[in-house]
Design a protein around this ligand. Structure first.
Ligand SMILES: *[C@@H]1O[C@H](CO)[C@@H](O)[C@H](O)[C@H]1NC(C)=O
Ligand SMILES: *[C@@H]1O[C@H](CO)[C@@H](O)[C@H](O)[C@H]1NC(C)=O
Length: 425
């Protein structure tokens, strides 16, 4: 009798697993294609007629959550993207496929307005109620890219929706191959004025530091920013393709270490490895690339199938990352040394999580993930009768339960991970 009940329980759990693969992430929103909150129907039909809105060219790539705003970015990879920085009001959106509202307004997002935004990928809200946005100033992707406006940093006051500052990158910060899709924000020990933005140059192989206090920027180079030539082959969403040139991509900062600085964790997209460097190095404009070479460290390889897009470390030192080869979201608790056995999968779904493109944790300790089938969009075509874009969330306790990242380790200030002490290879 006991054994047949067990068999039924096993059968039931198999059925439950096959009907809903996701165990922890809740799908909050989903879209076949995106739409925007145009002022009225005339405004929308005018935009459609003039080719200013071509729904199939709109692919969401980045998310961020601040209070009741869920920010969603849409790069201008082709014509017909009406607005690159947008939000959804979490408290009033009852639709499962809400329309995007331009932030802070339509005019700021108009193509050709170099005072405003042209294309942004991933944005970051900070604990000083600022929203940090890096505008690439580009329209197009790959060989269709046009640099319409210069690269610039825009910082918004989220409490007033006003622009606090706009800073144009110096010509020396970028090069002819520059492509920047990720930023990290480092609030220093002295508080809000003591903030740095770091930006990863994926195809120009550099890392840019911007100091809020000095209102200036500079560029670092390092061979760890390069792609691993053995890790450029990808199999995602039923497609095989090569992204062999993709260098430093996802970047995020740790909580403070004992010395009052943080670690910046980073990885090239064509790589199965994670690297780190102290923000003490990145904050000092006087150091040369030669002087800082040995301050960069390499962590254990994740092994094959370890490609990651964006990642995010929360203020408890838990790293969340998008495992694009596995249609999964993973975690690492930085109190345990970085190794394949200390990494875990939070959730995976071979349909709903095809190409998780961004991951964040909000101030209320919810994990957020967006998936967007980007390779299918770029290399093949999306089927607009299908669901293509999804946004998920999960309270952290739920997300981490049953993983090796769940925090039953007593609180201790973050120490340098073991591997960070051994420098280089
Ligand atoms: C751009 O690249 C695509 C494939 O990546 C190719 O089909 C197309 O011909 C290229 N266009 C130009 C103008 O080089
Ligand atoms: C910061 O630098 C930019 C140049 O990109 C300049 O336009 C702006 O006025 C400066 N802001 C402050 C607060 O110094």
């Amino acid at each position: 009798m006991v054994s047949s009940i067990n068999q039924i329980a096993v059968l039931l759990s198999v059925i439950l697993v096959t009907t809903s693969a996701l165990q922890k992430l809740t799908e909050l929103y989903s879209w076949s294609s995106l739409d925007y909150t145009f002022a009225n129907d005339e405004h929308k039909s005018y935009a459609l007629e003039r080719g200013e809105f071509i729904p199939e060219n709109n692919l969401p790539v980045g998310i961020e959550v601040w209070k009741n705003k869920l920010f969603v970015t849409v790069p201008r990879w082709a014509d017909g993207v009406p607005s690159t920085l947008n939000y959804i009001s979490l408290d009033v959106s009852t639709s499962p496929s809400p329309k995007l509202t331009p932030y802070p307004n339509w005019a700021y997002n108009r193509q050709g307005n170099c005072d405003g935004l042209t294309t942004t990928y991933r944005v970051k809200a900070d604990s000083c109620n600022r929203l940090w946005v890096l505008d690439s100033g580009t329209v197009g992707i790959g060989n269709t890219t046009k640099q319409v406006c210069p690269y610039a940093i825009h910082v918004f006051d989220l409490t007033t929706d006003k622009v606090l500052r706009k800073y144009t990158l110096r010509p020396d910060d970028t090069n002819a191959n520059t492509f920047i899709a990720n930023i990290a924000i480092d609030i220093g020990a002295k508080g809000c004025e003591d903030t740095f933005l770091y930006a990863s140059d994926e195809l120009g192989y550099g890392l840019i530091s911007y100091s809020w206090e000095l209102n200036t920027s500079w560029r670092h180079t390092h061979s760890y920013f390069m792609p691993d030539p053995l890790a450029g082959d990808f199999n995602i969403g039923g497609l095989n393709f090569q992204w062999g040139e993709e260098g430093i991509f996802g970047i995020t900062v740790s909580p403070f270490l004992e010395d009052g600085f943080r670690l910046l964790f980073f990885h090239p997209l064509a790589s199965n490895r994670e690297f780190a460097v102290s923000t003490k190095i990145l904050r000092n404009p006087k150091l040369t690339s030669e002087e800082i070479y040995h301050d960069f460290v390499v962590l254990d390889s994740r092994g094959p199938g370890g490609h990651i897009t964006s990642h995010y470390m929360n203020d408890e030192g838990i790293l969340f990352f998008n495992l694009i080869d596995r249609n999964a979201v993973g975690c690492w608790n930085s109190k345990i040394p970085y190794s394949p056995s200390s990494l875990d999968v939070i959730d995976l779904d071979n349909e709903a999580l095809i190409f998780p493109s961004d991951v964040k944790v909000d101030a209320l300790r919810n994990l957020w993930v967006i998936s967007d089938r980007m390779p299918n969009h770029l290399i093949d075509k999306l089927n607009f009768n299908d669901i293509n874009f999804r946004i998920f969330y999960a309270p952290l306790e739920k997300a981490l339960s049953g993983t090796v990242c769940s925090d039953n380790i007593p609180y201790a200030p973050l120490a340098l991970p073991n591997q960070v002490i051994q420098k280089g290879y």
